[in-house]
Design a protein around this ligand. Structure first.
Ligand code: UDP
Length: 409
């Protein structure tokens, strides 16, 4: 029998928050899309998140079989660093809601370490399996870029949640290896299930028409999409443009808002100024998720220069639009992009290598088109329906396993 009802815990990443600003990004998109695809497959999903400042309704139905439930725990505008102390309150509120509504779940699926803390306790109390997707892991992040600091509880809780979970979802073989290497996780409990992409939204469009719509002229466009923060490596984007012979005719478009006031945008602007590139870089700000296909389609190349990405949804969205990607060979990006077929993977922090690849693509229409076509084809295998089917299989396997464990006693 297929799993019927799941509780998703996503304490700090409300699926209703607009991605690309504040802390809202790939995780918010993932939770919403995965839940929607599972809902389409007749699963009932309740997504529990913390009440935040702009909540319109405490309970919001966001699609067939999917609800978002905001629970009060602490002040709505509490900082991410303060949420650890609020976990017991959130769990208590969740249990109150569950009792009031008489809800039982077949599986609990948590997202991120904070939610993992809650999910492990909830699943234990209901005696159902606990599945966890970490999205990012502190020890990998801290190894990826000097200066990344994480609160001290995080690695400890991550290790505890890995030890107690019934199933851990990793986005890439790299992440799976790191879980064993850095956290001593049991590799037998780790399943690889990638992120997905909405193929009906992210699709190839006529490039000339979208450029006209965005008011762009004939310049070659290098696009960056994502939250603007140091881990995303925007300095490498500027250095890449600086290394290019054709630099004069290239425009860098940065889509997404700064995570921290304008701190990173100011730093990147300064770098661009020092290299005489300030007229070629444009900070577009946050763009509505459903409008992003215009930007991906207008671009010649999407550059993903991150120090680390556990998955890298932006790369997959660009590929689904048929726009080749040049990215750092890190984390999940090495899994999504097929080097030389759908884009290029470049060694970490090598602007020369990035510039070579970008120039090769923009100088050769045939290459740009063949990479773009292969990229779309690869993305077509990664629609949310496929990903949800893989996840459902994980849930089914676990609930079957739990049933047989119960029968032993
Ligand atoms: N995004 C968006 N509008 C923006 C910038 C980003 O909708 O202005 C979305 C983007 O489409 C992607 C997500 O934010 O789905 C970023 O995900 P990714 O995995 O690349 O990075 P993360 O935020 O998880 O670090």
């Amino acid at each position: 029998m297929s799993v019927g009802r799941a509780a998703f815990i996503t304490l700090h990443a409300c699926p209703l928050a607009a991605p690309g600003q504040g802390k809202s990004g790939g995780m918010n998109v993932y939770v919403r899309q995965l839940a929607a695809a599972l809902g389409d497959m007749e699963m009932k999903i309740d997504i529990f998140t913390r009440e935040h400042a702009d909540v319109a309704n405490r309970i919001e139905t966001i699609g067939p079989n999917v609800r978002v439930i905001h629970l009060k725990a602490g002040e709505p505008d509490a900082h991410l660093e303060d949420l650890y102390a609020l976990l017991p309150e959130f769990l208590a509120q969740l249990n109150v809601f569950r009792e009031e509504e008489g809800l039982e779940y077949d599986v609990v699926h948590s997202h991120y370490w904070l939610s993992g803390w809650v999910g492990s306790r909830l699943a234990e109390a209901m005696a159902v399996p606990h599945v966890v997707t970490f999205h990012t892991l502190s020890l990998i992040k801290m190894q990826s870029r000097a200066g990344e600091v994480e609160q001290s509880e995080r690695p400890v809780v991550e290790a505890e949640v890995m030890a107690s979970a019934d199933r851990i979802i990793a986005f890439s073989p790299h992440e799976k290896d790191a879980m064993s290497r850095l956290y001593n996780a049991d590799a037998g409990k780790v399943s690889l299930v990638p992120c997905g992409v909405d193929l009906s939204v992210f699709r190839p469009l006529d490039q000339k028409a979208v450029r006209d719509r965005l008011g762009l002229n004939g310049e070659k466009i290098l696009l960056y999409v994502g939250r603007v923060e140091p881990l995303k490596g925007l300095d490498l984007l500027v250095e890449t443009a600086d290394q290019m012979d054709s630099e004069g005719g290239v425009r860098l478009m940065v889509v997404g808002a700064d995570v921290n006031g304008d701190r990173e945008i100011d730093r990147v602007k300064q770098l661009a100024k020092e290299r005489d590139l300030e007229d070629q870089i444009e900070f577009v700000g946050q763009v509505d998720h459903n409008e992003l296909p215009l930007y991906y389609n207008a671009a010649d190349v999407c550059v993903v220069p991150s120090y680390y990405e556990s998955f890298g949804l932006v790369a997959l969205e660009s590929m689904a639009c048929g726009t080749p990607v040049v990215a750092t060979r890190v984390g999940g990006l090495s899994t999504i992009i097929q080097h030389g077929r759908t884009g290029y993977l470049k060694p970490w922090r090598c602007p020369d290598a990035f510039a070579n690849s970008v120039e090769m693509i923009i100088a050769n229409d045939g290459l740009q088109q063949s990479l773009g076509a292969a990229a779309r084809k690869r993305a077509e295998g990664m629609g949310w329906d496929n990903v949800a089917a893989m996840m459902l299989e994980e849930y089914d396997m676990l609930t079957g396993q739990h049933a047989s464990d119960d029968n032993k006693y």
